[in-house]
Design a protein around this ligand. Structure first.
Ligand SMILES: [Ca+2]
Ligand SMILES: [Ca+2]
Ligand SMILES: [Ca+2]
Ligand SMILES: [Ca+2]
Length: 447
C-alpha cells in the first residue's frame, strides 16, 4: 500500500496519517470491510469536476489518466468541439480566460487528491476513487480569490462536458443569481453537486451555495465524529465528513495556509514528506471531496444510478453522530462509504421537523409541528416530548400516525400539553417496514 496510507504520527499526531479516508471505510484490502473491495472505480471512469484553484497535473501521485482529457478537442487554436472554449484540452482557467488550469494556490490540488490520488502505486497517499477523471476548472487565483461569474460558467462547463459530480469547496457569504441558476441547471441535468458548508462557524443557510436546496452540503467532523468548531451548521447541512488534518497532495511551490494568513502558522508547517509533495490541512473544503469521491464511486459501481439515488445512498447510510437522528451540526451523520456502497438505492426513512410555530384558530392557540415523516415502505411514525433541554425521558405526545407526510403539518398540540417547563424537546420517530427508525429533534421554547 501507499506509505502515507500505512503510516501514522508523521507530524507527531496520535492518528493514522490518512485517518479520514480510513474513518469513512477505506481500509486495507483483504479485510472484507474496505469500500475498495466493492469497487476501486477503475471499471467505469467517472468525471468529477473540481471547481477550485486548479490542479498540479504533473503531480507524481496522480495517474496520468486521472487528469480528464477532452476527447473532442485538439491543440490547434480552433474550438473543435464547438463548446465555446478554444483548445480546452483538460479543463479551463476561468480566472485568466485560457486553457491552463495550473494550480498556483494548492487548494484545488489538495481537494483533487482527496478524490483521486493514485492508490496502490507504492508512493505517497491513497485517494477515494482510483478511476475518477478530474476535470479541473480554475475559478480562483493564487490567493483563492475569484469572480462569481467564473463559478457559474464553470458549473455550466462541467454539466455540458460530461461531469457527473461537481465539487465546490469554494464559496463566500454571497451567492449570485447566476450561480443559483447554474446550480439549478446542473441539478436538473442530473449532476451530483457537493458543496463545503464553510468555515465561519455560522449558519450555512447564509453561506452562499451551501444554502442552496439542490446541493449536498458537507460539514466537517473530527476523529471522534464530532463537528469541528469552525464548520458551518444549520438545516442546510446534509452530511459530514472528516475535515481536520486531512493529508493530500501539495501542488508544486505552494503553501496555501501561509498565503491565507492562518494565525500562528509558520511557513511550511503543513508540508509533509521528504520530497515536500504532500500537505495536511483542515476545513470543510477537504471534507466535501470525500463525499464527491464516494458519489463518483457509487456511479462507477452502477452508472445507471441517478443523482437522487446517489445522494440517498450516502445520506441514508451515514453514521449517526452528535444529537440522535438528523441534526443541524452533521445532517444525517458522518459519511460511511462502505455502507453507502452496500446501500439499497431505493431505501429511505426520513424524519424531519422543519418548524414548530404557534398559531391561533377560532381564538384558540395551537402549537403546529411542520415536517416530514416518510419512507419508501412507511410503517408508522409518532412524536414524543421530553421536559427540559436534556430530557432524561420522553413520553408519547401523539398517537401512532399511519400515513406518511412530506413538508406538511404533522400535528397540532394544545399548549396546555406543555406545562412545568419552558423548554421541551420534541422527538419525531419514523419507522420503516423493515424496523429501521430515524428520528428528528426540535427544541421547543415557550414564552
Ligand atoms: Ca472546445
Ligand atoms: Ca482545438
Ligand atoms: Ca499513492
Ligand atoms: Ca445525528
Amino acid at each position: 500500500m501507499d506509505p502515507l496510507f500505512v503510516s501514522s504520527g508523521t507530524w507527531g499526531q496520535a492518528t493514522f496519517d490518512q485517518w479520514g479516508l480510513r474513518k469513512i471505510g477505506f481500509t486495507e484490502l483483504g479485510t472484507g470491510k474496505s469500500g475498495w473491495e466493492i469497487t476501486t472505480g477503475v471499471e467505469h471512469p467517472v468525471i468529477v469536476a473540481v471547481i477550485d484553484t486548479g490542479i498540479d497535473y504533473f503531480h507524481p501521485d496522480l495517474r496520468p489518466e486521472t487528469v480528464w482529457r477532452n476527447p473532442n478537442e485538439r491543440a490547434n487554436g480552433i474550438d473543435d468541439d464547438g463548446n465555446g472554449y478554444v483548445d480546452d484540452l483538460i479543463g479551463w482557467n476561468f480566472v485568466d480566460g485560457d486553457n491552463n488550469p495550473w494550480d498556483r494556490c494548492g487548494h484545488g490540488t489538495h481537494v483533487s487528491g482527496v478524490i483521486a490520488a493514485w492508490t496502490g502505486n507504492g508512493e505517497g497517499i491513497a485517494g477515494v476513487n482510483l478511476g475518477a477523471r478530474i476535470m479541473s476548472l480554475k475559478v480562483l487565483n493564487f490567493i483563492g480569490r475569484g469572480r462569481s461569474s467564473g463559478i457559474a460558467s464553470a458549473i455550466y462547463y462541467a454539466t455540458e462536458n460530461g461531469a457527473r459530480v461537481i465539487n465546490l469547496s469554494v464559496g463566500s457569504k454571497k451567492v449570485s443569481q447566476a450561480e443559483r441558476q447554474a446550480v439549478e441547471y446542473a441539478h436538473r441535468k442530473g449532476v451530483v453537486i457537493v458543496v463545503a458548508s464553510g468555515n465561519t462557524g455560522s449558519n450555512a443557510n447564509e453561506f452562499g451555495m451551501a444554502g442552496i436546496e439542490d446541493v449536498i452540503t458537507v460539514a466537517a467532523t473530527d476523529t471522534a465524529d464530532k463537528r469541528i468548531a469552525f464548520s458551518n451548521w444549520g438545516t442546510a447541512v446534509d452530511i459530514a465528513a472528516p475535515g481536520e488534518d486531512i493529508l493530500s497532495l501539495r501542488a508544486r511551490r505552494t503553501d496555501f495556509a501561509r498565503v491565507a494568513g492562518i494565525e500562528g502558522y509558520t511557513a511550511g508547517q503543513w508540508i509533509v514528506g521528504t520530497e515536500k509533495r504532500y500537505y495536511r490541512a483542515s476545513g470543510t473544503s477537504f471534507a466535501a471531496p470525500f463525499v464527491s469521491g464516494v458519489a463518483s464511486l457509487l456511479i462507477a459501481m452502477n452508472p445507471a444510478l441517478n443523482a437522487e439515488q446517489v445522494t440517498r445512498m450516502m445520506l441514508q447510510s451515514a453514521k449517526d453522530t452528535e444529537t440522535p437522528g438528523i441534526d443541524q451540526l452533521t445532517g444525517y451523520g458522518r459519511l460511511d462509504a462502505a455502507a453507502a456502497l452496500r446501500a439499497d438505492p431505493g431505501f429511505y426513512v426520513d424524519a424531519e421537523i422543519q418548524n414548530v410555530q404557534l398559531i391561533e384558530r377560532d381564538s384558540k392557540r395551537l402549537i403546529q409541528v411542520i415536517g416530514t415523516m416518510d419512507a419508501d415502505q412507511f410503517k408508522q411514525a409518532w412524536i414524543e416530548a421530553g421536559k427540559g433541554e436534556n430530557p432524561s425521558s420522553f413520553g408519547e405526545a401523539s398517537q401512532i400516525m399511519r400515513e406518511p407526510m412530506r413538508d406538511s403539518v404533522l400535528i397540532e398540540f394544545d399548549p396546555e400539553r406543555f406545562t412545568g417547563s419552558n423548554k421541551w424537546i420534541l422527538r419525531l420517530i419514523t419507522e420503516h417496514e423493515n424496523g429501521r427508525k430515524r428520528e428528528a429533534r426540535f427544541t421547543l421554547t415557550l414564552g
